[in-house]
Design a protein around this ligand. Sequence first.
Ligand SMILES: *Cc1c(COP(=O)(O)O)cnc(C)c1O
Length: 386
Amino acid sequence: MDINEILTHLGEDRSLYFNAVAPPVIQSSNFVFNTIEEMRAAFSDELTHHIYTRGNNPTVEILRKKIAALEHAEDALVVGSGAAAVAASVIANIKTGDHIICVQKPYSWTFKLITKLLPRFGVDYTFVDGRDVKNILNAIKPNTCLLYLESPNTLTFEIQDLAACVKLAKKHNLVTIIDNSHASPLYQQPIDFGIDIVIHSATKYLNGHSDVVAGVICSNSKMIKKIFESELMTLGMTISPHDANLILRGLRTLTLRVNQSYTTAQEIAGFLYKHPKVEKIYFPLHPSFEQYDLAKRQMSGCGGLITFQLKTAEKEGVLRFIQNIKRFLIAVSWGGYESLMMPYIGFHDIPGIPDSPVHWSVIRLYIGLESKHYLLDDLNTAFDEV
Ligand SMILES: *Cc1c(COP(=O)(O)O)cnc(C)c1O
């Protein structure tokens, strides 16, 4: 099915809600059974019946269908955050004594899940440079059960060769999980490469309006049922129907938003690359990117994040740049309508906290939906002050 048909129509049966064009928010915690037989039928399969909103809810169900179709998956779950999507899909596939291989520099809370929480339950881990699949092969132990990928990551955009990873994982019986938040389902569909589970922070591009925190998990029906029945239900990773409805609204314009963010980002990456006050840029689909060929082969686009390093020997230079930026907002996160700037100098010199390993002259930009000239003017003014 065409992507825009999924976003506009899939999963929407208007006869169920008075032929209303826009689906209503079914803001109800529980659902009534007319007969005891109906109740028994519902409990035979909680994932497909309406019993209680911690499990299934009709508004969330429309969203699940769209997300699954976007990622070419049999089924999907929507949960209360991207971090919950990561945790649920990892925890569902490990037990005490197991070993996980994860690519280096994953999303910060994924790192904490693997290094802080899981070791309390006897799960061991190795981080590897996933740019070379040989590093993954060399890290495999007899008790390795899971390979966790993030391609690209959201700072330096390191990429894994998905086909090679899947081949290796199948040979060694590893479950594969990928965080696909950055490429978005527009530009990369990892299930087509044979990846088992695709997760997203729906907070980013899928919702796209900076007003919801949510996550999604996409996989085959059996895996989704397994994650639903254990992790989602027992840990209570539910999303509210109201938030699900906001994401449905956000999804209507997914292709417009992501394509615009990416198109403007390409222009800004080109501008930064040529700028004399820029030391280095990171942008997966810029020819200067170390893994450009693989990026081009594997993704049809790459989204609106650009990281660059300012050419200055003094922290003062970075501070002057930041002080003179007026249109990019200083904030974490990305994927909304508004352009953002995350200067890593903000993770240095915090009393009582070790400095970030990322250099203080590194700045990550997220390119939102403003016009190119509006953003370029802002950058030009600030560069003049470095
Ligand atoms: C934001 C983000 C997450 C976490 O998602 P939340 O919705 O904030 O819980 C996970 N992975 C990536 C790549 C992210 O950018």
